[in-house]
Design a protein around this ligand. Structure first.
Ligand code: NAD
Length: 364
């Protein structure tokens, strides 16, 4: 079978790391029909928008996108390409595995956590009441009049929205992910003791759904306690499912525990499409030098392989990355390296991964 994938190389180091990851993915023996679409700075210059409609249409057609980082234009009035894609394709779950790999600056040796973040609701839903707006004054009057609180006049307000629909689909995704990937436990993270209406609903629905997955353990934890436990006992955790804001913060915390954003892969999952991309940005400071670390891009490819059910290829490619990192003969400049390590560029590091890879493209 050949998989149609929309490939967005992105800009800055995007084309370098995505080209490398594409080679590594092809070396697994899985066949891809790459449909290349441009988005980002160069397109903005040519066409006046960093995200032409045809890119979104292409992803809708293939249902799969493999995307490089895209520079967010500053001061042009365009919103971020990532936010626009997330909205247009309703990519409701952001999935970020945090696993400690050898040869990186991971703080702990045994972290293997998957963060599933709700991606569309919470305080990011965009219901904003600006400081000293007329509508804000009306809202404050209404709240005070109905006795909910005694709100001061000098406030800005961002409303937190958590729905049954949004929670059900993300929690269900977390449990299905756990089942598909032989994970043992899902932990729902919240602050339901304080925000009873929003986080309380999130927790109640998570509990309801957990009952339908008797084969997966379930527990819940208040977000502040979770943060303390994560930095002391990260091995306690397996799959975490969180509302948008906590998910944003906790996924970076987990990336920090496991060696930083430079090696962290990511996925954005929707009902009609899924998009896989490294967590890091376009790194303009090293763009074009051929020194960028392709690990995050390759591991994003591993997530895509798992998503399409190519578990054997995913396991082999991830293991090849682990082997190269553990072996320590070659490393990219951003990773810790000693006297025995040869510092190599993007392509040579990728060659080492491909050499380690069992199967048609590798020699192991
Ligand atoms: P960045 O991640 O691009 O860079 C931060 C630091 O990490 C830099 O020193 C960079 O050299 C280094 N780095 C990043 N990836 C690396 C890699 N693969 N190998 C080696 N070193 C690497 O973050 P930034 O500088 O804040 O952002 C640059 C641009 O990227 C901005 O326009 C930002 O909006 C955009 N961005 C895009 C995405 C995305 O498209 N998903 C994500 C984050 C940032």
């Amino acid at each position: 079978m050949t998989y149609d994938v929309t490939l967005i190389p992105g800009d800055g180091i995007g084309p370098e790391v995505m080209g490398a990851a594409r080679r590594a993915l092809e070396a697994t023996g899985v066949r891809f029909n790459w449909q290349v679409e441009e988005a980002g700075a160069a397109v903005l210059e040519r066409e006046g928008t960093p995200l032409p409609e045809r890119v979104i249409d292409a992803i809708r057609r293939t249902g799969l996108a493999f995307k490089g980082p895209v520079t967010t234009p500053v001061g042009t009035g365009f919103r971020s390409v990532n936010v626009a894609l997330r909205k247009a394709l309703d990519l409701y779950a952001a999935v970020r595995p945090a696993r400690s790999y050898p040869g990186t600056s991971a703080r702990f040796g045994h972290v293997d956590i998957v963060v599933v973040r709700e991606n569309t609701e919470d305080v990011y839903a965009g219901v904003e009441f600006g400081y000293q707006d007329e509508r804000t004054r009306e809202l404050i009057d209404w709240i005070n009049h109905h006795g909910y609180a005694n709100v001061r006049e000098d406030v800005g307000i961002s409303i937190k929205l958590i729905s049954r629909f949004g929670t059900e689909r993300v929690v269900r995704y977390a449990f299905d992910y756990a089942r598909r990937n032989a994970r043992r436990k899902v932990t729902a993270v919240h602050k339901a003791n304080i925000m009873k209406s929003s986080d309380g609903l999130f927790l109640a629905i998570a509990r309801e759904i957990a009952e339908q997955y008797g084969d997966i353990q379930f527990d819940d934890m208040i977000v502040d306690n979770l943060c303390a436990q994560l930095v002391q006992h990260p091995e306690m955790f397996d799959v975490l499912v969180l509302p948008n804001l906590y998910g944003d913060i906790v996924s970076d915390l987990c990336a920090g525990l496991t060696g930083g954003l430079g090696i962290a892969p990511g996925a954005n999952i929707g009902t009609a499409a899924a998009m896989f991309e490294p967590v890091h940005g376009s790194a303009p400071n090293i763009a074009g030098l051929g020194v960028a670390n392709p690990t995050a891009a390759i591991l994003s490819g591993v997530l895509m392989l798992r998503h399409i059910g190519e578990h054997d290829a995913a396991g082999r490619l991830e293991q090849a990355v682990v082997d190269v990192l553990r072996d320590g003969e070659v490393r990219t400049a951003d990773l810790p390296h000693g006297m025995e390590t040869r510092v190599v560029g993007t392509q040579e590091f990728t060659d080492a991964v491909i050499t380690c890879l069992g199967g048609p493209g590798g020699s192991a």
